[in-house]
Design a protein around this ligand. Structure first.
Ligand code: FAD
Length: 500
């Protein structure tokens, strides 16, 4: 008997998906699917075959069960703001969760909310703000990214320095496994003994199934907030002051760093925040807590900044000024769109005390390759975000950018750092995994994945290079193999997947 052609099979699966979610919530024309061929890191392109958008929990379960029956791979997708090439794959079915956007319940006494995965982070915060509560993880993409995407990436954000990342703010979730089985991870009511499967799912980058609902922890809003902007004529001074503030024992709610090129691109944009254009670095520092304590801390921090070489320390006078200072920081990536059509952002973590050296190294690498690096990052926890704006249509420039970024990442690893602080591994960091994990750890990750997804159908080809799994053995140094493992992320042409 002849096998059905790929297009016949696609048409049949599309029709069955349409029976579940309705015809208008299934896309299969290449032009309609263009939007889903990349995430926030546009250098990676993958062409899905179908995108399906369930409108309820029941529809999502039915979709996943159909895909299990057909043994088809799929990628869960929230808002597509990811910065590691995570929510994309070739010839795959995208399961878009953005229609699942209900806040299902609020338990104010116990400070908990249960939400669907497509709820946008900022919407949850706006919903609970009148109750004097907040959901602490605040990625700079908060106006667009979803709680489901935040869970999958274990997202951070400026205020995670004091409050902790997504992992610290999730009690429980319901997940539909790739087999179609529905499981509860964690506990909605209190701590349970046993292995922390909730913790295993958080940060699993869509490889362990689809989160259907999430019960999050809500935090009381602080009584008082003070926001300071310290500006420096030396990057080095700003880096040293960062360490000095943490060494003083004060834990700011946020401690963010922007260098001169970032300051100027923000000030040229509609997000201009009033940062001094002639500064070579600014620190945006937020202190919160009880009024008397915060004011005492403010004086200590101001003194550390001035003693460390700050030219000026400005304190926001009101909420409007505070919001403006934050707008420049949170929209800095967007402002870089002025420089060139494509942007690559990295997400390395280094020991905070190594900041001055690493920033000097990044500068030297940028000069060597003739690229402009804009640094804007969560300095308090040593989470760097070097950005390079470039044109992916220019092959020679793309090559230089790729070399510069690879050297920057390797310098961070050599400094005792890691390859991702919050954006995840996705496709982008996979080539570095063997640099920071021994083969035994990579094998353990593969085996853990098999517990949730033995067929490796949920977001295949991400996080751990397939040849690192035991059955493929022969792990080599990623430096030798990264080019073969992950294609340069900067090509304008769509590239093929790395591993299935
Ligand atoms: C301008 C800008 C600023 C950013 N700032 C920050 C920041 O400060 N901190 C930070 O951590 N990140 C930041 N990011 C990265 C990004 O916003 C986060 O990684 C975010 O968590 C992604 O959410 P999303 O809904 O867009 O997910 P997507 O990009 O759609 O998906 C990301 C991953 O989650 C998986 N996924 C999505 N939904 C589900 C689900 N329901 N169940 C299982 N898996 C799922 C996908 O398969 C994919 O692997 C920024 C991005 C941009 C563009």
């Amino acid at each position: 008997m002849t096998q059905p052609s790929a297009s016949t099979q696609r048409a049949s699966v599309s029709a069955r998906l349409a029976d579940i979610v309705g015809e208008r919530h299934v896309l299969s024309r290449p032009s309609e699917l263009l939007v889903y061929n990349s995430d926030g890191l546009p250098g990676y392109r993958r062409q899905p075959s179908i995108a399906v958008f369930p409108g309820s929990r029941e529809e999502t379960i039915a979709v996943v069960r159909l895909l299990a029956e057909e043994e088809l791979p799929f990628v869960p997708r929230g808002a597509g703001t990811g910065l590691s090439g995570g929510a994309l794959a070739d010839d795959i079915i995208v399961v878009g969760l953005h229609r699942l956007k209900k806040i299902l319940s609020l338990d104010i006494d116990n400070r908990r909310a249960t939400v669907e995965p497509g709820v946008v982070n900022l919407r949850l915060n706006r919903h609970v703000a009148p109750l004097g509560l907040l959901y602490a993880p605040d990625p700079s993409s908060e106006a667009a990214c979803t709680i489901g995407g935040n869970i999958a990436e274990n997202a951070g954000g400026p205020h995670c320095l004091k409050y902790g990342v997504t992992l610290n703010h999730v009690h429980a979730m319901t997940v539909v496994l790739p087999s179609g089985e529905v499981v509860e991870l964690g506990s909605r009511t209190g701590e349970r003994d046993g292995y922390d499967l909730r913790g295993a799912f958080i940060g699993s980058e869509g490889c362990f199934g689809v989160a259907l609902d999430v019960t999050v922890r809500l935090t009381p809003k602080p009584q008082t907030v003070r926001t300071l902007l310290a500006d420096f004529t030396s990057v080095d001074d700003a880096a040293r002051v960062t360490s000095a503030i943490i060494a003083s024992g004060i834990v700011p709610a946020a401690l963010e760093f922007m260098d001169g090129p970032t300051i100027r691109v923000v000030e040229d944009s509609i997000y201009a925040a009033g940062y001094p254009r002639d500064a070579e670095a600014v620190l945006l520092i937020e202190l919160d807590g009880i009024e008397a304590g915060v004011d005492a801390d403010l004086e200590v921090v101001r003194r550390i900044c001035l003693d460390g070489g700050a030219r000026n320390v400005k304190v926001a006078r009101d909420d409007i000024e505070r919001a403006k200072l934050w707008q420049g920081r949170k929209k800095a990536f967007g402002a870089m769109g002025r420089l060139a059509p494509h942007l690559i952002v990295q997400d390395a973590v280094i020991p905070r005390t190594k900041l001055p050296e690493i920033l000097q190294t990044i500068h030297a690498i940028s000069e060597k390759h003739g690229v402009l690096v804009c640094n804007v990052f969560h300095a308090g926890d040593g989470n760097l975000h070097p950005n390079i704006a470039y044109s992916a249509d220019n092959a020679e420039e793309s090559k230089r950018v790729h070399k510069a970024m690879t050297e920057i990442m390797n310098a961070c690893i050599d400094a005792g750092g890691s390859i991702t602080g919050e954006h995840g591994v996705g496709l982008d960091k996979m080539g570095y995994m063997e640099s920071i994990f021994p083969a035994s750890s990579l094998n353990a990750m593969c085996e853990l994945r098999s517990v949730f997804d033995p067929g490796r159908r949920s977001n295949p080809g991400k996080v751990v290079p397939v040849h690192s799994c035991k059955e493929w053995h022969g792990v080599k140094s990623a430096r030798e193999t990264s080019a073969a493992t992950v294609p340069p992320p900067l090509a304008a042409e769509p590239s093929r997947p790395v591993a299935q």
